[in-house]
Design a protein around this ligand. Sequence first.
Ligand code: PMP
Length: 368
Amino acid sequence: MERDLSRKGIRELVAYIPGKAIEEVKNDEGVKRWRKLASNENLRGPSRKAVEAIKGELGRIHLYPEGPCSLLKEALARHTGLPGESTVVSNGADNLILMIAEAFLNEGEEVILAHPTFPVYETAAKIMGGIVRKVALKDFRHDLPAMGELAGEKTKLIFICNPNNPTGTIVRKDELERFLADLPPGVIVVLDEAYGEFVEDGQYPQGADYVREGRNIIVLRTFSKVYGLAGLRIGYALGNPELIDCLNRVREPFPVGRLAQAAAAAALADRDHAEKSIKTVAAGRKYLYRELARLGFPFVRSQANFILIDFRRDGDDLTKALLREGIIIRPGGMWGYPTCGRVTVGRRDDNRQFIRALEKIKGPGTKG
Ligand code: PMP
């Protein structure tokens, strides 16, 4: 380009690099069956009821969907205990993060994030001309006291990824409440609960409870993880009606397609599928902890459906070696963990194949 025609805010951004899709790698030789452990999807697949609901809706796809997702919001109100005015549905939590920045962030206002955390917060903040201030994780966990100290007059948004992607750690109720009590007024806290359903820790704070108390909190949830609908793109945000009204003002007219709305309502009603998915992940985490310890690989204990593992060698090299075994993982370099990788917890067979591949690559007799 002769002249840079882009807006100032996006000049230093680079396009998001997702985990490799099976479609990208499937032509590589020799691999009969790919296991994608790179993007924290539900490896049990979607609820059968969701698939049936999609089939039932297919004959209507010539009609625009219902923009505000009112029917789904009614179902969500029963699920969350919060009224419809406290909920906005859009095409994935990714899009909701951008909507939050669009609705609330003026140029030059500050956004506080942990580092490393989910990268879309930073992108959204920069698109809107926000100033991003990052606070390093402490022992792989959010350092809430340090994040709180940074918060001042210029702060508009604070993102807390709970559980945090890529570490799988959580902030606990007592920590969060202390943090919230000391915040200056005019700050909105975004609690990203994309992986909330997988948490076992009894000290996990449910964001919806704080919304109910009327605080300046927006909770993000998604149908991409436990509900197994990542390919459809649908998620929602919860907040007090004034905050949600602001998000509705920046919402696209028809953000969520008919198939996604129908599938999400059916998936939400299919408790059995969700519960089995949660159990699969809980059992998978235990199995992987045991095997990783046996093989001598340090890891971070996770409350989500992925585990950050220290492979004690170059994470990119190991990722390539695993690809040759048909396993796709996410190398940790982009988060500043060059010897690590993030691995989705799958079904028993997926986890076993991953461990088998790891053993093969590692070779006999060497620790870690
Ligand atoms: N938040 C976190 C922490 C995530 O890991 C992801 C997906 N990887 C999202 C939000 C986005 O989810 P969605 O698929 O709903 O856009």
